[in-house]
Design a protein around this ligand. Structure first.
Ligand code: SAH
Length: 225
């Protein structure tokens, strides 16, 4: 059975393997320290706990998944956050990525569209005392206007294009990291930078497989975008 130390070694190994594609040969030591500190096992369902430190995604119920540890580290690194930052995550899921971000920045706002997952993540984050994370139930396509603008935004569900409200809620010079592509089709992890002088700059990083970003229809069930 893998342990947290093994998980860290697996992340390093995959990093070495992908370094040309992602354009970096190491992750920020702060990111690796967060990966070392946050107990992933607490964020996965009980019957998946023995797999918690494998470097792979895991089901968390409702057809959703907690991302692969390497991808969590990569996205956290690509955000290039600083200690005083306020960041937004779209797609709370298990709350694991939010917990990692909470070690790297001042404040994390995270939105989840499925109520059962939102409630469970909120409970886990409170129980483990990640007190600088605020959770909300809702459609993250629209961001979280109240606390905007953000120093960084991370989206952990794939959409065919960049949700314009997320660009609006980004500070000039800040980054949005998200998977772009069709549901269960070819997706690319992308870094979008909001230019200081207006407009955006986009960089493709790596082929990925994320669950789709769904949309809330008023009075209806969430639907695939
Ligand atoms: N970051 C999560 C992984 C999430 S999987 C973790 O660390 O565990 C993607 C999540 O995005 C799922 O829980 C899914 O329900 C959620 N999601 C999909 N569309 C969304 C939307 N429009 N707004 C908010 N959350 C959404």
């Amino acid at each position: 059975m893998a342990n947290q130390a093994q998980m860290l070694r697996d992340i390093e190994a995959e990093l070495a393997y992908t370094r040309r594609m992602i354009g970096r040969s190491s992750f920020d030591e702060r990111v690796m320290q967060a990966m070392r500190e946050v107990p992933r096992a607490e964020f996965v369902p009980r019957d998946e706990r023995h797999l918690a430190f494998e470097n792979g995604p895991l089901p968390i119920g409702e057809g959703q998944t907690i991302s692969q540890p390497y991808i969590v580290a990569l996205m956290s690194d690509l955000l290039e956050s600083r200690q005083g930052d306020v960041v937004l995550e779209v797609g709370t899921g298990s709350g694991y990525q939010a917990a990692i971000l909470s070690r790297l920045v001042e404040k994390v706002y995270t939105i989840e569209i499925i109520e059962g997952l939102h409630l469970r993540a909120q409970e886990t984050l409170q129980r483990l005392r990640y007190d600088n994370v605020a959770c909300r139930l809702g459609d993250g396509y629209h961001g979280w206007q109240e606390h905007a603008p953000y120093d960084g935004i991370l989206v952990t569900a794939a959409s065919p294009d960049i949700p314009p409200p997320l660009i609006d809620q980004l500070k000039p010079g800040a980054r949005l990291v998200l998977p772009i592509g069709p549901p269960y089709g070819y997706q690319q992890l992308v870094v979008v930078e909001k230019r200081l002088k207006g407009g955006i700059e986009m960089k493709e990083v790596l082929g990925v497989a994320f669950v789709p970003l769904t949309r809330q229809r008023t009075g209806g069930e969430p639907e695939v975008n």
